[in-house]
Design a protein around this ligand. Structure first.
Ligand code: GYE
Length: 311
């Protein structure tokens, strides 16, 4: 079998050796974990991973992809910071016959321009968060503030849509303020401070929906500093399931999160290895799970499971 595999590899001339990874940056704990897990997966598989940190800038990602093409890598992983503006560089990769796999965010280019995308159903995540609020809000009118992710990114667009889908028809729930916190903890804190001020101190805010846990964690800080009790006075629901949100849940400061696995690279490398080995074409979308966790799910046990994952 091994000999067969080796001969087949020789025949197709292809096993994944060198893979370029254009990462967005390190805006969130989740992102840091994805980077760590990707490096670990590459090392375990003997892949030479060329890593490029774009510091949140699309132009840096485009330059990194061009450089990967010039280096003649076997494949490219791309976590695209925003959804638009990828056509040209994806065409260049396609002309060079270098397969591109999208990680965790989507692009609005034609799906002929990439091999597959690994990620969660981002609209569904927003729906799960919204359904949690529909079921758990206090009686009466509920004024919600929303911390959005990076403007123009597919998770910011889709998580906003999903949440609105879930609260549609529930006329006692209203999104009163919505602004980007750029997926960062400091952004979440700063924007929450301005929400609290604009809302007369925040006593009439019933819930915060944050597009990721890091922004929720920053907002929790702001709510405490304003003299309110996060998790009680203002319900908090967010997305990612990073370790720190579980400690916040254990302390009663956060209420619910929707899990996003940081291991996008595992399925991506599996798909690439099969494709480079014998041309197996993966489905266009490889979907990861979205599980809801609340204060009832033993948050400290969940914290323990994740704390060493590079978050
Ligand atoms: O939820 C957030 C981040 O792209 C889906 O990016 C991902 C998001 C993740 O930085 O924390």
């Amino acid at each position: 079998f091994l000999l067969g595999a080796a001969l087949a590899a020789l025949a197709t001339g292809a096993t994944a050796q060198t893979i370029g990874f254009s990462q967005i940056g390190s805006e969130s704990g989740w992102r840091a974990a994805e980077t760590t897990v990707t490096r670990q997966e590459a090392e375990e598989r003997g892949i030479d991973l060329r890593f490029s940190d774009a510091q949140q800038r699309q132009e840096n990602q485009i330059a990194a992809i061009r450089s990967f093409i010039a280096q003649g890598v076997d494949a490219i992983l791309l976590a695209p910071v925003v959804a638009t503006g990828w056509d040209n560089v994806l065409e260049e990769a396609s002309e060079a016959e270098i397969p591109v796999v999208l990680l965790d965010r989507q692009v609005d280019s034609s799906d002929d321009l990439y091999l597959t995308a690994v990620g969660s159903d981002l609209v569904h995540e927003g729906e799960v968060a919204g359904e949690w609020l529909v079921e758990n809000k206090p009686e009466g009118e509920c004024r919600v503030v929303e911390l959005e992710g990076t403007t123009g990114s597919s998770p910011a667009i889709d998580r906003a849509t999903g949440f609105r889908n879930a609260i549609e028809g529930h006329d006692d729930i209203e999104i009163v303020r919505s602004q980007t916190g750029d997926f960062t903890r400091s952004g979440g804190k700063e924007v929450m401070e301005s929400f609290l001020q604009a809302e007369g101190g925040g006593e009439n805010i019933c819930a915060l929906y944050a597009h990721n846990d890091d922004m929720a964690l920053g907002a929790i800080q702001a709510i405490k500093e304003a003299g309110l009790d996060p998790g009680n006075d203002i319900l908090i629901v967010s997305i990612d399931a990073v370790p720190d949100i579980f400690t916040a849940m254990a302390e009663g400061d956060a209420n619910a999160t929707v899990e996003l696995t940081p291991n996008m690279a595992g399925p991506a490398f599996d798909a690439l290895e099969a494709y480079l080995y014998d041309g197996t074409v993966p489905p266009k979308f490889i979907q990861t799970e979205s599980t809801l966790y609340t204060q009832d799910d033993d948050p400290m046990a969940e914290y323990e499971k994740r704390k060493d994952l590079g978050y």
